[in-house]
Design a protein around this ligand. Structure first.
Ligand code: 13P
Length: 253
């Protein structure tokens, strides 16, 4: 079902004490200041999943996400974390395919398709990230890249399973650079993603899919981005580490 969503991706930041303070502040402000129905998701490092779950477990519309996951259920994979382990911490979501995982850890479409299958088999909601680099945009390959990532990672799914995904469009050149895609640039790609989903599945599934924008989302630009027809919310890095900024982004929904 299509929803308004503000998801934070903390990446590899914060101490546990800082993380707990941040979440407590956000939850308090959210409850005091926000009357809407948007979902909030905290994408936190593995060691913080369980302690952060403790702070949000009885809160409506607030969820916990991991930032990665292994594709096997268990096994001799030193240092890895499985879907059942994520569920045990209280996580309900997992971010897959982030450009930092693709770029620094060599995650490709086949691996991401396997991870997506595994997450869905364990009833984790996947936030599946796609997006082009600056070079790909400037050379005119932007839409082809997005299509390849989406079809390679997700279009093998049944319609029922695809409907459980959240898609995040994050142009790599806008991540952590302060350079946000303009609302029109973001809307163009979001509309294209929705069109691809309609072609692969049907118009109803496309209309029901939540597609988030990520890349230097801030309180100053959130409202204009979120007012675009095909943008259903944000996947927020830097600004999700500041309680005031993240709550203002939630309120922009
Ligand atoms: P920034 O909001 O810091 O640009 O990060 C975006 C991102 O990568 C979220 O996953």
């Amino acid at each position: 079902m299509r929803k308004k969503i503000a998801a934070g991706n903390w990446k590899m930041h914060l101490s546990l004490t800082e993380a707990q303070k941040l979440v407590s502040e956000i939850v308090n402000m959210y409850q005091d200041e926000y009357r809407g129905k948007a979902e909030v998701i905290f994408g936190v490092p593995f060691p913080y999943l369980h302690p952060i779950h403790h702070l949000i477990k009885d809160k409506n519309n607030i969820h916990l996400s991991a930032q990665n996951m292994h594709q096997a259920t268990s096994g001799a994979y030193t240092g890895e974390t499985s879907a059942p382990m994520l569920l045990d911490t209280g996580a309900s979501h997992v971010i897959l395919g982030h450009s930092e995982r693709r770029q620094y850890f060599g995650e490709d479409e086949a691996l991401l398709a396997a991870k997506t299958d595994q997450a869905l088999a364990h009833e984790l909601t996947v936030i599946f990230c796609i997006g082009e680099s600056l070079e790909e945009r400037e050379s005119g390959h932007m839409l082809a890249v997005v299509k390849k990532q989406l079809s390679g990672g997700c279009f093998h799914l049944s319609a029922e399973n695809f409907s459980k995904l959240i898609i995040a469009y994050e142009p790599v050149w806008a991540i952590g650079t302060g350079k946000t895609a303009s609302p029109a640039q973001a809307q163009e790609v979001h509309a294209y993603i929705r069109q691809l989903i309609a072609e692969r599945y049907d118009a109803q599934i496309a209309a029901g899919c939540s597609i988030l924008y990520g890349g230097s989302v801030k309180p100053e630009n959130a409202q204009e981005l979120f007012s675009q027809k095909d943008i259903d919310g944000g996947l927020v890095g830097g600004a999700s580490l500041k309680s005031r900024d993240f709550v203002d982004i939630i309120k922009a929904l």
